[in-house]
Design a protein around this ligand. Structure first.
Ligand SMILES: Nc1ncnc2c1ncn2[C@@H]1O[C@H](COP(=O)(O)OS(=O)(=O)O)[C@@H](OP(=O)(O)O)[C@H]1O
Length: 291
């Protein structure tokens, strides 16, 4: 990554790298954000399946909801813009738990946290960096992986992000979802989501939601959505075409060398030792080993 491009496109807030799409003034003001009790948060580390989840949530609700761009993207006027929305708000965010505006915590807003095998997340993010002019230039996969493991990428360390949210895994208002489970059995995950949201949906509605949320369907709709001015995006670029790359489980195997895999797993095991919530750790380890 060249120092010059990194300086131009990235700034740090609380030690975490953000793109210039997140203004320091906005990030500074976030903690005072006026959350509403019926806000729904869609939380993820980048490249974990945020758009997929958003597509499903929008369909679960039949009354009007507004999917906003991430709460941390924009300038200070973003707060006002969100305050002025009269409809129910679905708010995506890549913020870690510590940076989440405290009013969401006080009001115990419902939140989904989607997690994906971090090796696949790293590969997805690498391609996103490589093809996205709004992000610093990356010289190679090897260089990117080092940055990823150091947490020197947008939104910081995958491990810190995950661990900050994992502590709250058993909170009543937070539902953890695995990308890999969605790939394996989407109808069951959609059902679980609807129960969590308190929305009744029939089996045929679930089937329709799954069809409309398939990777192929979402990828082919991307052109149409790009031209819709009311369609807000939750990505680090407004070019949605870059989002729908492969949508696969296990693509990491096409990128990691055995040495890189060993290094990654050592780091994973070391960091996860810090976590006390074993159930989630075991599930994640299984995801890592199986996919
Ligand atoms: N419907 C569906 N099914 C399966 N996979 C899907 C789907 N929609 C998006 N994706 C994949 O999710 C990856 C993008 O993650 P995010 O949406 O979190 O990206 S972002 O951080 O908001 O930019 C990105 O992963 P990769 O393909 O591995 O790069 C997308 O392809």
């Amino acid at each position: 990554m060249s120092t010059q491009s990194q300086t131009a496109l990235i700034h740090r807030f609380n030690g975490i790298p953000f793109t210039t799409r997140s203004s320091p003034d906005l990030l500074k003001s976030l903690d005072a954000f006026d959350a509403r009790e019926d806000d729904i948060l869609l939380v993820s580390y980048p490249k974990s399946g945020t758009h997929w989840l958003a597509q499903i949530i929008k369909q679960i609700y039949t009354p009007k909801v507004t999917l906003t761009s991430p709460i941390e993207f924009g300038d200070i006027s973003k707060v006002e813009e969100l305050n002025n929305l009269s409809s129910k708000r679905i708010i995506p965010t890549h913020l870690d738990y510590n940076m989440l505006p405290s009013n969401f915590k006080v009001k115990q807003c419902k939140a989904f946290y989607i997690i994906r095998n971090p090796k696949d997340t790293a590969v997805s993010m690498y391609h996103y960096y490589r093809d996205n002019p709004n992000l610093p230039t990356i010289d190679s996969w090897t260089v990117f992986l080092q940055l990823f493991l150091r947490g020197d990428v947008v939104c910081g360390s995958w491990f810190d992000h995950f661990l900050s949210w994992e502590e709250h895994k058993n909170d009543r208002n937070i539902l953890f979802l695995f990308y890999e489970d969605m790939k394996k059995d989407l109808p069951t995950v959609v059902k679980k989501m609807s129960v969590f949201l308190g929305v009744n949906i029939s089996d045929s509605e679930i089937k329709e939601i799954c069809e409309k949320s398939s990777f192929t369907e979402m990828k082919s709709n991307v052109e149409k959505e790009n031209s819709d001015p009311n369609h807000t995006v939750c990505a680090l670029t407004s070019n949605r075409k870059l989002i729908f790359r492969k949508g696969a489980v296990g693509d990491w195997k096409n990128h990691f060398t055995p040495k890189q895999n060993k290094m990654f797993e050592e780091m994973f095991n070391k960091k996860m030792k810090l976590s006390e919530l074993l159930a989630s750790k075991q599930k994640l380890s299984k995801t890592l080993m199986d996919s």
